[in-house]
Design a protein around this ligand. Structure first.
Ligand code: AMP
Length: 217
């Protein structure tokens, strides 16, 4: 089975790599960041509160995120496998996840840590642009991922958007939160022989090749 968890600092490329795996293996891509952004789009009171916290780079409470994840895991597309992109973010979430996955009998097969230095990740975050129609991600600072015409999606020809939390201040908070709360998960999963580390600082293609090697072992 391909039940995969990504652990990565902000802007390491987990969304990009998850989208590649989703298409390749026909498995569910579950991004808790996307689930939260959908709540924000609804414009409810909860959505507005989430929006403020996410903009500042802080984590959302375990209860709210876990509730969204729990519902999403029950959808049928996880029967063929899943990629969790953005959950767990701390040890408490990892313990909750164990229970959720054991209840539905879909245990984790691989935990992939996308390793990247903070300078490269910061440049990726601050230059990141996304198409809200097809989801394609571009970067204005890297020639290989720039859109052909400035700020426009190559495929859909609509204006690209910049995530509210992809700015320097928010990035710093997100990176620190990763180091403090999320990085301890590396030892947590290493001790269970589930952890694989992949260098995510070189290119999207290189990272993807390394992930494929892990999954074909
Ligand atoms: P991401 O799209 O994974 O970069 O997540 C964007 C933001 O959503 C994070 O900076 C957090 O504010 C929030 N978020 C996403 N996943 C989680 C999670 N598992 N626990 C708490 N907050 C989360």
């Amino acid at each position: 089975m391909r039940n995969i968890v990504f652990i990565a600092p902000p802007a390491a490329g987990k969304g990009t790599q998850a989208a590649i795996l989703k298409d390749k293996f026909n498995i569910a891509h579950i991004s808790t960041g996307d689930l939260l952004r959908e709540e924000v789009k609804k414009g409810t009171k909860l959505g507005n509160e989430l929006s403020e916290q996410m903009k500042s780079g802080k984590l959302i409470s375990d209860e709210i995120v876990t509730e969204l994840l729990k519902k999403r895991l029950l959808e049928n597309d996880t029967n063929n496998g899943y990629i969790l992109d953005g959950y767990p973010r701390n040890i408490s979430q990892a313990e909750t996840l164990d229970t959720l996955l054991s209840d539905i009998n879909k245990p984790i097969d691989y935990v992939i840590y996308l390793d990247i230095d903070s300078e490269t990740a910061m440049k990726r975050a601050c230059g990141r642009l996304q198409c809200n129609n097809c989801g394609k991600i571009y970067n204005k600072y890297f020639d290989e991922s720039k859109p052909k015409s400035e700020n426009m999606c190559d495929e859909c020809n609509i204006t690209l958007t910049h995530r509210a939390d992809d700015n320097e201040d928010s990035f710093k908070v997100r990176f620190e939160t990763f180091m403090e709360s999320t990085k301890p998960l590396i030892d947590f999963y290493k001790s269970r022989n589930l952890l694989y580390t992949v260098d995510s600082s070189i290119s999207k293609e290189y990272t993807s090749e390394q992930i494929n090697k892990v999954l074909n072992k």
